[in-house]
Structures are given as structure tokens and as C-alpha cells.
Design a protein around this ligand. Structure first.
Ligand code: ATP
Length: 412
């Protein structure tokens, strides 16, 4: 069988040292093939076009940007000085930085995290919603909002879809989720905080107990990790070549620990914690280590947090109101999810908001939503960039944000 092909083959020299960046088109003429044609092909180039060219010297060299820390150190020991491209330079020239194999892997993994999140929830009867990001007043309260002028009216960028996703539950959607931008104006100069990130949010009716929400977290994330390990191995390898990491250790059934148990474990390890206070970053890390040693997992749920450290809409525990029907979820000792059962009784919601110093008049439409009858419900919010960062054992959330926004950066 003979084939005659005269297509255009688009070839690209991706990491050219000189920086010249060609798109080369080959016309293939007179290509006749038999069964063994794939083994013996003769190509005659008759014309060559440059479709577009790059500047001769690029601001960062892709080869330099692809180098692992280990390569740089080893070269240094051997007396050779290799270029190290720092984080800020990478972000300034993000378009070039994207061309490294590690970054190609990171953002393809990120895409799969969203994909599994969506597919899993759709298969469990959740409805995808899109809540507004322009909010009247001051969102959920607190100072960490970007304020703006909405045609003469005070407004802000949504701190989370919290209030509106709950209102969707009041409107009988039963189970909802959203993948969307979240804005935080906190002055956090840490490796895990951004001023804009992508929220993976869920809210659902509860039939009997808030453990139903933790069941969803468990099944969803175990399914996600299994999928990433199975289907994204080449991307994970590409990330690991530049930023070496150990695969995440997790159990088929996610470990659940009560906050009090966590405090006890820390106490036994010599870390004193206020039983009604929050865990700080250091104690979260320490607990992560202890959990790994004792239970062999780096992914676990800590629940029944003290009420005092949770937002006003969190439901207190029925048997001890000093604690709440809430939870956080950790990967490698760092938080990726906060979740809880919410207060669905409007009078109690007002009481809790006032107790937390929130001006109830600014959230009156939210509170009114519960006056028409509302089901018991709960949900959770995860940060996409944090999930990818911690799954891949990366050291900075800016690596998993396409164009990161932090207190010092709003460009490119
Ligand atoms: P943290 O204690 O780490 O500041 P938080 O308790 O403020 O987080 P929540 O408001 O409960 O977090 O948000 C839910 C999830 O959203 C977090 O578990 C995290 O994955 C993500 N997240 C929160 N704040 C940020 C941020 N500034 N940048 C990136 N992701 C964030």
C-alpha cells in the first residue's frame, strides 16, 4: 500500500541555547511508502520558512531554569559555577519559565486536580455553581479583604464563596461545588499564602452528622491521589527531576483524629498547646511528623476544633459547645482544607456573628436566607495551589500558581 503525503510537519527547537527560537516547516514531497515505510523514510527538504523568531539572547536560559539544586551544588563542588535562576527572576519572565519540563508537569498536574475534583463531585450528584466575586460590604468580616468602590457603594472582592454557596443550599440545590478565584488581602509573606488563589469549594446537606462531609473529603482526595499517581506519572517524574520529592504517603481510608487527640500527641512529645486555642504552623508540622510515625500517613483529617478558633457560622458540638463540628485536613504537616457543619438557625447565626464582632447588617441577606427554612448542611474549602504544592512536595506556593499574586507582586 503506498501512501502519498504532502503535509506540513511543524518542528520546534524548544530549548535552543542561542535563544533563537524557530518554527520550521518541512514540505514532504514524493513520500511513497510500503508496509515497512516507517522504517525507511527519505525526506527531501525543498523549502524552509522561519515563521517567527525570538530575540537572540533570552532574559533567562531554559537550560539554567531547568537545573536542579543538586546539579548546581555538585557542579560547585567540582569547581564549576552554574547559573541559578532565582524565584523572582523566574516570575518576572514567567512565560519562559513555563517552558521547563518541571513547570509543564506542575500545571498539567494542576489541571488534573481540577478535573478529578469536578468529575468526582458530578458523579456524586453535586451541582457546579459560580458565585459572585464582587461582594457588598465586607465579605465574611475581618480585615483581609480587598476593598473597592462599586459605583459609589462600598464593596470588596470575595474572601471565599462561603456565604453564597450556603445560600445555594438554602435554595434546595442539595449538593454544590465551585472552582473559582478567592481573594485575601492578608499581609502574609510566607511560602504558602497568596493574595489570589483558586478555591475548590464544596457545600452539601447533611442527613445525620458532619462526618458525612469528611466522608466526601476522604473519597474525593484518595481518588484524586490514586489518579495522579497512575495517570500523571510522567509529569510527576518531570517535577521530581528538578525538585526531588518522595511520593505522598496516604491510606486507602483517611485517618481521622480528634483535635483533643492531636493535642495529647503533641503534649506527649513535649509540645504544650492550649486545648481551646489553635495550632500554629510549627505545631501543625510537628503533629504531621508524629502522625506519620504512628500511623504511616501524610494525609489526615483533624476534627472537633475548639469553637473559639473557627468562623462565626461554625456549628458547636452538641455535647460540648467549647468544641465545634469542624475539621482541617493536612498534607505533609500543612493545612490544605478547612471544613465544618454550619449554623442553619438564623437566630443562633445572629448570636454567633455578634459574639464574633461582626456587623450583622452587612450580612443581612445571608442571614435572611435561613429564615425561609434551611437544611442542616456543611462543606469545605481547599486551595488548589496548596494541594498541588504539597502533593508534589514543593517548597513554595508561587511554583504552583500560574501568575502568582502576593503582597509584593501583581505582575505579570
Ligand atoms: P491558613 O491558616 O493556612 O492561613 P486559613 O485557615 O486562612 O489558612 P481557610 O480560610 O480556611 O484557610 O481557607 C481554606 C483553604 O484555602 C486553606 O486550607 C488553604 O488550602 C487555602 N488557602 C487559604 N488561604 C490561602 C492563601 N492566602 N493562599 C493560598 N491558599 C490559601
Amino acid at each position: 500500500m503506498a501512501l502519498f503525503l504532502s503535509p506540513l510537519l511543524l518542528l520546534r527547537a524548544p530549548h535552543s541555547r542561542s535563544g533563537l527560537f524557530f518554527f520550521v516547516w518541512f514540505f514532504l514531497f514524493e513520500l511513497l511508502m510500503f508496509v515497512n515505510c516507517f522504517l525507511q523514510v527519505e525526506i527531501q527538504v525543498s523549502k524552509l520558512y522561519c515563521v517567527d523568531k525570538a530575540m537572540p539572547t533570552l532574559p533567562i536560559n531554559i537550560e539554567d531554569a531547568s537545573r536542579s539544586e543538586k546539579e548546581i551544588e555538585e557542579a560547585l563542588e567540582a569547581g564549576e559555577q552554574l547559573v541559578r535562576v532565582n524565584q523572582d527572576t523566574r516570575l518576572n519572565y514567567r512565560v519562559l519559565d513555563f517552558r521547563t519540563s518541571a513547570n509543564q508537569g506542575i500545571f498539567r498536574i494542576q489541571c488534573q486536580v481540577c478535573n478529578i475534583f469536578r468529575q468526582f463531585l458530578l458523579s456524586e450528584d453535586f451541582v457546579e455553581i459560580h458565585t459572585p466575586k464582587l461582594i457588598a460590604g465586607s465579605s465574611e468580616g475581618g480585615s483581609a479583604v480587598f476593598k473597592l468602590d462599586y459605583k459609589g457603594q462600598a464593596a470588596c472582592l470575595a474572601q471565599s464563596p462561603q456565604l453564597h454557596k450556603q445560600m445555594a443550599i438554602c435554595g434546595d440545590f442539595g449538593r454544590v461545588f465551585e472552582i473559582g478565584p478567592v481573594f485575601r488581602a492578608e499581609d502574609s509573606y510566607t511560602h504558602r499564602h497568596l493574595c489570589e488563589f483558586t478555591g475548590l469549594d464544596v457545600e452539601m446537606e447533611i442527613k445525620q452528622h458532619y462526618t458525612e462531609v469528611m466522608d466526601v473529603v476522604d473519597h474525593l482526595f484518595v481518588t484524586m491521589f490514586d489518579h495522579l499517581n497512575k495517570k500523571c506519572s510522567k509529569y510527576l517524574e518531570a517535577v521530581g527531576r528538578q525538585y526531588p520529592f518522595e511520593p505522598l504517603k496516604y491510606l486507602p481510608k483517611t485517618l481521622r483524629l480528634k483535635f483533643e487527640e492531636g493535642v495529647q500527641m503533641l503534649k506527649e512529645a513535649g509540645v504544650e498547646i492550649d486545648p481551646y486555642g489553635d495550632l500554629n504552623t510549627e505545631s501543625e508540622r510537628k503533629l504531621g511528623q508524629l502522625v506519620l510515625e504512628k500511623y504511616g500517613t501524610e494525609f489526615y483529617i483533624l476534627h472537633r476544633y475548639p469553637l473559639a478558633v473557627r468562623p462565626f457560622y461554625t456549628m458547636p458540638c452538641y455535647d460540648d459547645p467549647k468544641y465545634s463540628n469542624s475539621f482541617d485536613v493536612f498534607i505533609r504537616g500543612e493545612e490544605i482544607i478547612s471544613g465544618a457543619q454550619r449554623v442553619h438557625v438564623p437566630e443562633f447565626l445572629v448570636e454567633r456573628a455578634q459574639a464574633c464582632g461582626i456587623d450583622v447588617s452587612t450580612i443581612s441577606t445571608y442571614i435572611d436566607s435561613f429564615r425561609y427554612g434551611a437544611p442542616p448542611h456543611g462543606g469545605f474549602g481547599a486551595g488548589l495551589e496548596r494541594v498541588v504544592m504539597l502533593f508534589c512536595g514543593l517548597n513554595n506556593i508561587r511554583k504552583t500558581s500560574l501568575f502568582p499574586r502576593d503582597p509584593l507582586r501583581i505582575a505579570p
